[in-house]
Design a protein. Structure first.
Length: 712
């Protein structure tokens, strides 16, 4: 939520704890420093009611209404303090203050009755345009959409800078958002404005409204925006103030489809945060192939077609086919990334958000429509292109990127090669096309909206004035890890948490996975739960022969230098997979740590005989021979390992130990130098095998002199 100063934080700390009396006292202190007569008057009323309640309670009298009255008073104190915080936040942000002043100084009637009338009149007037003469229709349409856009932009700013809403305002706005006589685009935009306001400061009325709209709306686009809105607006801190949140969510989660959509949304939020990583993958791995193998090149004069090289075709007749295959593979990889949830367009379109169109905050989140007055002039120039129609109707771009595309495309269309323009106008060339049925699915609509939100919070110049759900400065997923909220404890959503943890672990978001695992109820703490947590002993208690648990426990014992226990684990694993090389090598490593050199060598010689080309086996065997004093054999093996085209740095290190134990000081120093070079440690060298060196009479002084010899 919004940033607070220390004095306001003290007030909200008491509210979070559910202490109305101390919250009132802290608010009095705050108002002494920041006087406001109207707020002081409201606070005095609340204080009088609280003192009356306290006097009655101190007499030892039992009031059956006390709990209910106290809760209502606590909520009224919260509303008062939330409004103080909102007022201060806006006053300290020149951007928000400008939006608030502009909206409220416009002279417009901001009653919800008037707002609804404006919205319904717009729908009626658009319908009436069909009756106008063709020569007048276009101009009247332009005027109508321009006027309505100004109204909606003003409404967006008004809602964004509004204080906590009353129940009456919430009910009236809910009616507007559920009304079939109001345009869907308007409803979607209003939902986005409410969402931004709710994230900046928790408001129970706005939260309830979004939950209700999600449940009751018949318009899937409005419904999915509302879902994203109330989810990002969740604030566990104020559950003590508004326990109604839990009741609302419990009622909602009786629906299996709601549980499924929430699960999908949680995973989609994780993928949304990958946008910049996906962009790097495309830039570094996919785009070079696409550019290298296509038949166009980008120049300062525009895109030019590359002339065919007939000599190349004669000398290398398969080259063109190979280039096409590489091009198709690169493009297919990008499409596969998109199907898996990647935002493949973020990087490219992020450069196209500096147009004047994006100066208005509402334009970042407005649904795409061709009649938008800020792009209408561009659309008119592009009406003949069938590709544009396809992109707008069936392209898998978010709304924000569609606006960027139209504005940017009309600037470059005349610079494109004639052949390409011809293909576009005929509809042969398609870009990011998505099946119409897919575009109507809840998951797709959510994904598109999340892309819009992500672009807004990453690229909008004044985004710092707002609470950013994608801010990862404090944790891995910002405000996006909503599944761990207390709101979802002991609800039907619990059984879906496993799916989310699996995604988090796959994405290497371990701390977020642990956060979610912390919320698992006892009955869900099974073998998989303990495996995820790395609690292998507990997993083995439930399933003694679980291979993953045994392997994890063995690694844990090895790291803790509990070699006998690690050895027992590897023996049990070898009963499950007698020929698994990895387990045999780890067993040998345990034996080496236990100084059972002969037994380790016996095991490793057998593996080396069966797998003569496996460098892993050679590596461990060479070290076993070194530890066991069979230095000549070890030396020969290290000579072979270090002669590889891409040797491992540790092979040089261990070769150095072997040569040192043989007394070949200069050669050992050279091996250590090679280790420093290949490991990238540049100026550092530490000898970890002190015990082995000491056993062979190599002292601390010897080590210091060797280190100096290597690093000089």
């Amino acid at each position: 939520m919004g940033t607070l100063d220390i004095s306001l934080e003290r007030i909200f700390t008491q509210l979070i704890e559910g202490n109305a009396g101390l919250a009132i006292a802290e608010t009095e202190t705050y108002l002494a420093a920041w006087p406001n007569p109207q707020t002081k008057e409201k606070l005095d009323t609340l204080k009088s009611e609280y003192l009356l309640m306290t006097d009655y309670w101190k007499q030892g009298l039992k009031d059956p209404q006390l709990e209910e009255q106290y809760q209502r008073l606590l909520q009224r104190v919260y509303v008062l303090c939330a409004n103080i915080a909102i007022h201060k936040h806006i006053a300290t942000s020149s951007y928000l203050l400008g939006l608030k002043t502009q909206a409220r100084m416009s002279g417009r009637n901001w009653s919800l009755e008037s707002i609804r009338q404006e919205m319904e009149d717009f729908v009626s007037e658009v319908a009436m345009l069909q009756l106008e003469a063709e020569n007048q229709q276009k101009e009247k349409s332009r005027v109508l959409y321009r006027q309505h856009q100004e109204q909606m932009n003003g409404l967006f700013n008004y809602i964004l800078t509004s204080h906590v809403w009353t129940d009456g305002v919430g009910r009236d706005m809910e009616d507007i958002l559920l009304s079939p006589t109001v345009d869907s685009n308007d409803q979607q935009l209003v939902v986005s404005a409410i969402t931004l306001s709710l994230m900046n400061r928790f408001d129970m009325v706005k939260f309830r409204l979004l939950v209700n709209v999600y449940q009751l709306s018949q318009d899937e686009k409005v419904k999915q925006r509302a879902l994203v809105g109330w989810v990002l607006g969740i604030d566990d801190d104020f559950l003590s103030v508004y326990p109604e949140q839990r009741k609302l969510v419990e009622q909602l989660l009786k629906s299996k489809s709601a549980c499924r959509e929430l699960t999908e949304l949680q995973m989609q939020l994780v993928y949304t945060l990958n946008a910049e990583k996906d962009h790097r993958t495309i830039q570094q791995e996919i785009m070079p192939d696409l550019l290298k193998n296509n038949s166009f090149r980008i120049t300062r004069n525009g895109i030019e077609e590359v002339e065919e090289n007939t000599l190349e075709d004669i000398l290398h007749p398969d080259a063109a086919e190979q280039r096409m295959e590489k091009l198709e593979n690169s493009f297919q990889r990008m499409m596969d990334m998109q199907k898996q949830g990647a935002d493949i367009y973020f990087g490219g379109f992020s450069q196209m958000k500096r147009y004047p169109f994006f100066y208005d905050i509402s334009n970042w989140l407005v649904p795409f429509f061709l009649q938008h007055p800020d792009i209408a002039q561009f659309v008119e120039k592009l009406e003949s292109s069938k590709m544009i129609e396809n992109v707008m109707q069936r392209g898998s771009f978010c709304n924000s990127d569609k606006y960027s595309f139209v504005i940017a495309f009309q600037q470059v269309v005349n610079q494109l090669p004639a052949k390409m323009r011809e293909m576009m106008n005929s509809g042969e060339l398609q870009l990011g096309e998505m099946e119409e049925e897919v575009q109507q699915t809840p998951a797709y609509l959510r994904r598109i909206y999340l892309m819009d939100l992500y672009r807004f919070f990453r690229l909008f110049p004044n985004r710092t004035a707002l609470c950013n759900p994608f801010d990862l400065s404090k944790n891995e997923l910002g405000m996006c890890m909503f599944f761990s909220s207390a709101l979802f404890r002991d609800t039907p959503i619990e059984v879906h948490k496993r799916e989310v943890v699996a995604v988090l672990m796959k994405q290497k978001l371990k701390s977020s996975a642990m956060l979610l695992l912390d919320t698992f109820p006892r009955e869900m703490q099974d073998v998989q739960y303990f495996l995820w947590r790395g609690q292998f002993a507990q997993a083995l208690e439930l399933e003694p022969d679980n291979e993953r648990a045994l392997a994890g426990h063995a690694r844990e014992m090895f790291r803790s230098n509990r070699m006998e226990e690690a050895l027992l684990d590897y023996d049990r694993l070898l009963l499950i997979h007698p020929d698994k090389t990895g387990y045999l090598l780890n067993k040998a490593a345990c034996l080496l740590q236990m100084k059972e050199y002969e037994e380790a060598q016996r095991l490793l010689f057998q593996q080396n005989y069966e797998h003569p080309d496996d460098d892993r086996v050679s590596r461990v065997l060479a070290w076993a021979l070194t530890c066991g004093g069979k230095l000549e054999q070890a030396d020969r093996m290290y000579a072979e390992l270090t002669s590889r085209e891409q040797p491992q740095a540790d092979d040089f290190l261990n070769q150095g130990y072997c040569l040192w134990l043989e007394g070949r000081i200069s050669e050992a120093a050279q091996s250590f130098r090679n280790y420093v070079k290949w490991s990238g440690s540049n100026t550092d060298l530490e000898f970890d095998e002190i015990s082995l060196l000491n056993e062979h009479g190599i002292t601390h002084t010897d080590m210091m002199m060797m280190r100096a010899l290597v690093l000089q």
